[in-house]
Design a binder for this molecule. Structure first.
Ligand code: MN
Length: 228
């Protein structure tokens, strides 16, 4: 074992429904992957190539824990998403072969400091501090694909304080899960433990302290957090 000069960081893991934990390596996120959301963000939803940004793995918030309202923002937005978890990696993965690399799925929230993201966009600066901040990725229990198969359609919905804010269907993704894996694996070598947040449907909006967020992806599971 290496002679670490500081204590090594803990492995980040997402609890699996029925027991066990999925160790996380990296968190990739797809931008503008539902046409109606692309439109509400002021973009043309035609099939331009998918684009990606990242969050650090330790931005994941598990177990339904409260999410602290983040610093330096007055506009915290929710983005309800299907999360794909890779059990196998690789480069240049063929679309037809992509789902074989998927270990499982979860429901997740790509929480966004929209004011910081918008300011960055305007100046052509990186989005990282708008997207990859502490606790910015609440995620529910992981379910194995062996149990739930590979959902290509089904309800994706988020309620805030019991009222529906986002509702759509997984079939409305511009880039499907296999297409996304194939494309991303041409940009970087994917690895076991990588997560992909697959983008959010329309209806993103601000939340305030005290709000309860409850999301569901049909056939996959739920995600829940309260803004503290
Ligand atoms: Mn997103």
């Amino acid at each position: 074992m290496a002679d670490f000069v500081i204590p090594p960081p803990a492995v980040i893991a997402v609890p699996v429904a029925g027991g066990g934990a999925f160790p996380v390596r990296r968190v990739f996120c797809v931008g503008r992957n539902y046409a109606e959301h692309a439109r509400e963000m002021g973009s043309d939803p035609d099939r331009e190539p998918p684009f990606f940004f990242m969050k650090p793995a330790d931005a994941l918030l598990v177990g339904g824990a409260d999410m602290p309202y983040p610093p330096q923002s007055k506009q915290l937005h929710h983005e309800m998403e299907l999360v794909v978890a890779l059990g196998e990696g690789g480069s240049d993965i063929a679309e037809a072969d992509a789902l074989r690399h998927v270990w499982g799925y979860a429901a997740g929230l790509d929480m966004t400091r929209r004011d910081l993201q918008n300011a960055a966009k305007k100046e052509g600066k990186p989005w990282d501090m708008g997207k990859g901040f502490d606790h910015s990725a609440p995620i529910g229990l992981m379910v194995p694909a062996a149990k739930v198969a590979h959902p290509a359609s089904g309800l994706i919905e988020l309620k805030v304080n019991g009222e529906v804010r986002q509702t759509s269907d997984l079939s409305k993704m511009i880039w499907t899960v296999p297409e996304t894996i194939a494309y991303l694996s041409g940009l970087v070598r994917l690895a076991p433990g990588d997560l992909i947040f697959t983008g959010t449907p329309e209806g993103v909006a601000a939340v305030e302290r005290g709000d309860l967020l409850e999301g569901v992806v049909e056939g996959v599971g739920t995600v829940r957090t309260r803004i503290a």
